[in-house]
Design a protein around this ligand. Structure first.
Ligand SMILES: Cc1cc2nc3c(=O)[nH]c(=O)nc-3n(C[C@H](O)[C@H](O)[C@H](O)COP(=O)(O)OP(=O)(O)OC[C@H]3O[C@@H](n4cnc5c(N)ncnc54)[C@H](O)[C@@H]3O)c2cc1C
Length: 436
């Protein structure tokens, strides 16, 4: 029988999963071996461990350490096809996923897990000057800008311009901003410290700017205060209660004050992918689609939304945009659909189990909030490292990252300090033109 003839006679339902991030991949794994033809479509050919992107941006890890080919991960499941393609919309009436190359993927059940993108609070013009660590390309661009600014500073004869080039501004005091600021401080204070002859990277100015009243707004106050003190010990200048008003090639303006900076990093806000628009659905202010307790979408039979793109209320609050929420939802839905296909049982509601919310400030300094208990300092940091190594997909990635972290811990050295020419046309970063 030819492939197309086999497809016509194959009566198994077609399940299309859009996005092989934390939610989509967990769902696909549960559907391996289920009586269904499953297609996983993603615009990239690898699954990315987003929470460690800031370590690529600050030269602690290499891109390959935190990414793994989707085909490889799902290679054992004969009923799962992987398609690399960018989804541009859905035709709910015809039950088809539309791809940028003009192709379509028919479905009986559709699972949307397309995650988030950065939101510049109505200022898309800031994006080129302040990339955030959301993709590997972004992380490499930040790394290139950061390292190029110090290279320029080394040969710069003008003290004001040199100081500006050695200034890094991180916008946003949530976990991403805190982790970025801490990692940049460790990079400049230790790894870069001995490598330059004409500048002293240890005196680099690192600002963390948060518009709200305190850092880490989703963590208890005591942990936020600990993070602030730990960052200040590393030499980070933390500003709260002041919003960034402008970001341009010369740096930022905060509460009317200009900070000339060679590198600006965005960690302030994300919004959901445009899946709501594609499905013609109302979304909340963060762009998320409201889902039923079983993750289905009201009015669209056979359509489910997971992870950062979904808005699911538990009690009074919407579940946060976290990898653990997305992964648990993916596992739950994949298992429930596989069971339904085998036995016809209805889909049970999803229940989130909080495994702890965490942010790392630097070596031996992290915070962990389990809801019922809090941890901070070295123990939290060790727990963070153990959990993140465990969660990395693939045995080889785990070993590599564990070795690199151990090496970093004993030597303070960051091996991935490469400025790649393909990090984008603006890899060299904005020129700092004005002084503080
Ligand atoms: C810098 C940073 C640090 C974070 N740190 C933590 C942390 O420490 N702990 C934690 O729990 N959470 C953390 N998060 C949040 C966490 O990464 C997300 O909640 C999680 O990735 C959401 O999973 P998801 O499956 O919804 O989306 P993602 O994991 O983002 O996956 C979405 C997938 O969809 C694909 N996709 C998107 N659009 C299309 C399209 N049009 N066509 C085809 N494919 C598409 C993408 O390529 C991607 O593979 C962090 C997020 C960021 C940005």
């Amino acid at each position: 029988m030819t492939d197309s003839a086999a497809q016509i006679t194959d009566q198994r339902p077609r399940i299309v999963i859009v996005g092989a991030g934390f939610g989509g991949l967990a769902c696909a794994k549960e559907l391996g071996g289920a009586p269904a033809r499953v297609t996983v479509v993603d615009r990239r050919n690898y699954h990315l461990f987003v929470p460690l992107l800031y370590q690529v941006a600050t030269a602690a890890l290499s891109p390959a350490d935190i990414a793994r080919p989707i085909r490889r991960i799902l290679s054992k499941d004969a009923n799962i096809d992987v398609v690399m393609g960018e989804v541009t919309g859905f035709d709910s009436a015809a039950r088809q996923v539309k791809l940028r190359d003009g192709g379509v993927l028919p479905y009986d059940k559709l699972i949307v897990a397309t995650g988030s993108e950065y939101s510049y609070f109505g200022h898309p013009e800031w994006a080129p000057f302040a990339p955030g660590p959301l993709t590997l390309e972004d992380a490499r661009r930040i790394r290139a800008r950061l390292l190029t600014a110090f290279e320029r500073a080394e040969t710069c004869g003008d003290p004001a311009e040199r100081s500006a080039l050695m200034t890094v501004v991180v916008v946003g005091g949530g976990p991403t901003g805190v982790e970025m600021a801490g990692a940049v401080a460790e990079l400049t204070r230790h790894a870069l410290a001995r490598d330059f002859r004409h500048i002293d990277p240890r005196v680099a100015h690192i600002y963390l700017i948060e518009a709200g009243p305190r850092l880490l707004p989703t963590f208890p106050d005591s942990l936020a205060q600990y993070a602030r003190t730990a960052l200040e010990k590393l030499g980070v200048m933390v500003t709260t209660g002041e919003a960034v008003e402008t970001i341009d090639a010369a740096g930022v303006v905060v509460a009317g004050r200009r900070i000339a900076a060679g590198t600006v990093v965005w960690g302030a806000g994300v919004k959901a992918s445009p899946a709501g628009r594609w499905l013609g659905l109302e979304t909340d202010r963060a762009g998320r689609i409201a889902v039923n307790p079983d993750l289905s979408v009201a009015g669209l039979p056979g359509v489910f939304v997971l992870g950062d793109s979904a808005s699911l209320k538990e009690g009074d609050a919407v579940l946060p945009a976290l990898a653990q929420v997305a992964a648990q939802q993916g596992t739950h839905l994949g298992r429930a659909l596989a069971a339904q296909l085998r036995t016809g049982q209805p889909l049970p509601p999803f229940k989130f189990h909080n495994r702890g919310n965490t942010a790392i400030v630097g070596r031996n300094a992290a915070v962990f909030d389990f809801g019922w208990a809090q941890l901070k300092g070295r123990i939290a940091w060790m727990l963070w490292a153990l959990i993140h190594v465990y969660l990395l997909v693939g045995f080889d990635n785990r070993i590599r990252v564990a070795i690199q972290w151990f090496w970093l811990y004993i030597t303070y050295q960051r091996g991935a300090r490469l400025i790649m020419s393909d990090s984008g046309p603006d890899a060299a970063g904005p020129r700092a033109a004005e002084t503080r």
